[in-house]
Design a protein around this ligand. Structure first.
Ligand SMILES: [Zn+2]
Length: 844
């Protein structure tokens, strides 16, 4: 998957009623016992809107012994082993015990399975634009048993053959090429061996665009109501797809082996995308129905490349167990960025990575919940889900980039090819991959692996001018554990006062000790690692901070501007730099930034710190004005202008101006208020308390699309009234059941603030949240459970009392693992923000 923060499966050892999560030891035992020959699935999607019929035939060879089958049906009709019926009452907590004597067996399971609305299993949704129904499958990471009976673990691969009955007006695509053999009946070609978590099906009145490239049939699909937007984007998407295929074939010399390559944009998808062989699924907000920024297009291009990289890293060779998740995600993230930057029109992919992903990884790596990139130690599937974070993606990608630079392309790629060839259609571990690199000519990788892959936390790098040294501080480790010995090869951008960036000079520094001597001029800028060549949190020194606005104005290098922001953000995070400095920097930077991804991904962070500046109202006004200067200075109608105008809306606290913009007045020339901008304005007006429920309802009625539904929820929940906060809250409690995007939008709105912090009417929900969270798994499960906890966390209530309440909550021993992880991370962030208030706003 390309994107952030998934959460848990439904299992929990704490609750005897819920399905069990597969433990590593169980997976090892079952893999030693069984060899799965084939799956044959017959799915009938026409029986009802709540459930579907699922008939599974598994041919399996057993070494002889007891094991179990995974399935989580609505009801189980029958199970036969070699024709003899089993007692269906034996199914407990998602497991059906099986005794399989040595030899070949056929297991047949006839079940009724649930359509789900939380983005997992077979998700069924209704498009509010036209009332049509859509279905897609998401088997990752433990949802396959709500679609079909299976041995659900990554290293029991088998070919799949699907037979699907669907309403006659639907189209069907899946892992294998789908053929309609009679109206409403579809046969899908038998696949290569797949892990259970790859199995998908996309069915509904989807609009499909087809093409071929280099012998590979290509397909794009999206809801019928997005047909126009998909057609408008099709050439860009197909061009990216062709370019990426050509580059991966050139790099690896191993052809894509899974037949068709469908890219289906599906509704209410939790992640950014999922790499199912033959049928990648994407969230359909990536089919742009309003004008969008180049940053969003670049991010989409990287996602396309990331999912394609998975066809090799993950799909041809799959991690044996989830603790080697990085073998999927770090590689897909690295190769996705690299290929996008080198062969597509989006050559600023690495700059976007700096603006968007690096802080995500650095923060995750500095939380109390940090873990190594490799070997995350996951003992069960549930636990492994916690590692879909900035470490597995952004840090892992940065470490692989460092390794690639060190080994060179010849060795780096030859090792990968050796790995794909040895383990083709099978499974492997980190040690297998390190072995492949060593065979390809890498020296012993033990030292590299110890320093970067199997130890957690970033080093902190900073310059001490007085002492004339560059200092490296290793992350704290448990007592008795020595910190990782790391060497950093970085450059130092040094400019004398008045030099600007272009007048400065760059020195290479080898940081191979706790401190190394450096020479810096008095009073000038010192920027450490300006192109972010190493993985470390770098902090600007006190002399440099006030010079950063002049530096970003002077430099032509977008990488340097991104590095400046990352260092300033690290400085604020550690309460070394006053958030007022972020306002100063943003004010200088907004009118000069040319990469709109910078605005899209960095400016919301600046806004989130507004309540912690010395004068929030004035800070907001300065930022709004700077963003408008940028919008007026940009080419009319350009994506950069759009990003600047979006920023202006985010900072604006003048309701009359927002109302004027909504009415098409006083706009910078070239700005057109379309659906997306309209809702952005309405959400901002709502947060300021300058609109009401009736006006928001009217806006939804005027254009009732899926986007409108979600943004309407966000806007209503943002209103500073007790009724609005109750509206948000009843979505979390389950009193009102809504799809996943609306749920997270409600949480976002609940804690959205004007300029000074959260509204008083929201504050009672700090205690309500603390009381509700332990029972939330009764209402929400899987991915949605964790994202709901994150969305409704009282993030804008930066007070000692809230920190205490949340710390007490996170310490309870009856919490689901995914819930605890989100609470710990969010509370760490809150604690850091409180430290900023104490350091700079005189609070205690
Ligand atoms: Zn991925």
């Amino acid at each position: 998957m390309p994107d952030q923060s998934p959460a848990s499966g439904p299992g929990s050892a704490a609750d005897p009623g819920r399905p069990l999560s597969l433990r590593r030891a169980e997976a090892v035992h079952r893999a030693g016992l069984l060899e799965v020959e084939s799956y044959d699935l017959t799915l009938d999607l026409t029986t009802s809107e709540e459930t579907f019929d699922s008939l599974t035939r598994i041919v399996v060879t057993s070494a002889g012994g007891s094991t179990f089958l995974d399935l989580k049906p609505t009801s189980l009709r029958s199970v036969h082993v070699d024709g003899a019926p089993l007692d269906v009452a034996l199914l407990q907590r998602g497991r059906l015990p099986l005794d399989l004597p040595a030899g070949r067996h056929e297991v047949v399971v006839d079940a009724v399975m649930p359509f789900r609305n939380d983005g997992e299993g077979l998700h069924r949704s209704v498009d509010p634009a036209d009332g049509r129904h859509y279905v897609y499958g998401m088997s990752f990471m433990d949802a396959a048993p709500t679609v079909f009976a299976c041995f659900d673990q990554p290293d029991l691969k088998a070919p799949y053959t699907l037979h699907v009955t669907a309403p006659q007006e639907w189209t069907v695509v899946g892992n294998g090429a789908a053929t309609q053999v009679e109206p409403g009946r579809w046969e899908l070609a038998t696949t290569q061996p797949l892990s259970t978590y790859f199995v998908t099906l996309v069915a509904g009145p989807y609009h499909v665009v087809r093409d071929t490239h280099d012998g590979i049939p290509l397909g794009l699909s999206a809801r019928a109501s997005l047909a126009g937007a998909l057609e408008a984007d099709a050439e860009e998407l197909l061009t990216l797809t062709r370019q990426c295929f050509d580059e991966f074939h050139r790099l690896f010399g191993i052809r894509y082996p899974f037949g068709e390559y469908n890219q289906a944009f599906v509704p209410e998808f939790n992640a950014g995308a999922m790499e199912n062989p033959g049928c990648v699924t994407f969230r359909d907000t990536l089919v742009f129905s309003s004008r969008t920024t180049r940053g969003m297009r670049t991010q989409r291009a990287i996602t396309v490349a990331h999912e394609m990289a998975h066809q090799w890293f993950g799909n041809i060779v799959t991690p044996r167990w989830w603790d080697d998740l990085w073998l999927n995600e770090s590689f897909a993230e690295y190769m996705g960025n690299r290929v996008t930057a080198s062969v597509t029109q989006f050559d600023e992919a690495w700059v976007l990575n700096s603006f968007q992903r690096r802080q995500w990884g650095l923060l995750a790596d500095q939380r109390p919940t940090t873990h190594p990139v490799a070997g995350n130690g996951a003992d069960d599937a549930l636990e492994a889900l916690q590692s879909f974070d900035g470490i597995s993606y952004a840090k892992g990608s940065a470490i692989l980039r460092q390794l690639n630079a060190r080994l060179g392309d010849d060795v780096f790629l030859a090792g990968a090819v050796d790995h794909f060839t040895r383990h083709r259609f099978g499974n492997a571990t980190m040690h297998d991959l390190l072995g492949s690199w060593e065979r390809a000519g890498a020296a012993d990788l033990g030292t590299f692996s110890d320093a970067w892959l199997t130890t957690a936390g970033p080093d902190l790098l900073e310059v001490d001018r007085t002492a004339g040294v560059l200092r490296r501080t290793a992350p704290a480790t448990a007592e008795g554990v020595a910190p990782a010995e790391r060497t950093h090869a970085v450059s130092l951008l040094v400019a004398a006062p008045g030099d600007g960036a272009e007048g400065g000079s760059v020195h290479e520094v080898q940081v191979d000790a706790a401190q190394v001597p450096v020479t810096v001029p008095d009073g000038g800028v010192v920027l450490l690692d300006p192109v972010e060549a190493t993985w470390a949190a770098t902090l600007p020194d006190a002399t440099t901070v006030p010079l950063l606005p002049a530096l970003v104005s002077a430099t032509e290098d977008a990488r340097v501007r991104a590095a400046v922001w990352n260092q300033l953000r690290s400085g604020v995070h550690h309460a070394r730099v006053d958030p007022d400095a972020a306002v100063d920097l943003a004010e200088a930077w907004l009118p000069v930034e040319t990469v709109d991804a910078g605005l899209v991904y960095t400016f919301p962070w600046v806004l989130s710190y507004l309540p912690h500046t010395s004068d929030p109202a004035t800070s907001a006004d300065r930022l709004q004005e700077a963003a408008l200067v940028a919008a007026r200075g940009a080419e009319p109608g350009s994506p950069l202008q759009l990003a600047a105008f979006q920023s202006a809306i985010g900072a604006c606290r003048a309701a009359d101006l927002l109302v004027a913009w909504l009415g098409g007045e006083r706009l910078p020339e070239g700005v057109d208020v379309d659906l997306e901008l309209r809702w952005r304005l309405l959400v901002r007006l709502a947060a300021l308390g300058a609109t009401d429920r009736a006006a928001l309802d009217a806006a939804l009625d005027a254009e009732p699309t899926a986007v409108s539904r979600v943004e309407h929820t966000r806007a209503v929940a943002s209103l500073p009234t007790a009724e609005a906060k109750a509206f948000a809250w009843e979505r979390l409690t389950g009193a009102v059941s809504v799809p996943n995007y609306e749920l997270t939008a409600a949480g976002d709105g609940l804690w959205r603030s004007g300029t000074d912090g959260p509204d008083g009417v929201a504050l009672p929900y700090v205690q309500e949240f603390a009381a509700l969270v332990p029972t939330l798994p009764d209402v929400h499960s899987g991915w949605v459970l964790a994202t709901a906890v994150e969305a409704f966390y009282p993030r804008s209530s930066v007070t000692a009392a809230t920190v205490t309440a949340m710390t007490t909550l996170a310490a309870r021993d009856d919490l689901d693992g995914s819930v605890r992880r989100r609470l710990l991370d969010a509370t760490d962030e809150l604690t850091h923000r409180l430290a900023v208030r104490r350091a700079f706003r005189g609070e205690d």
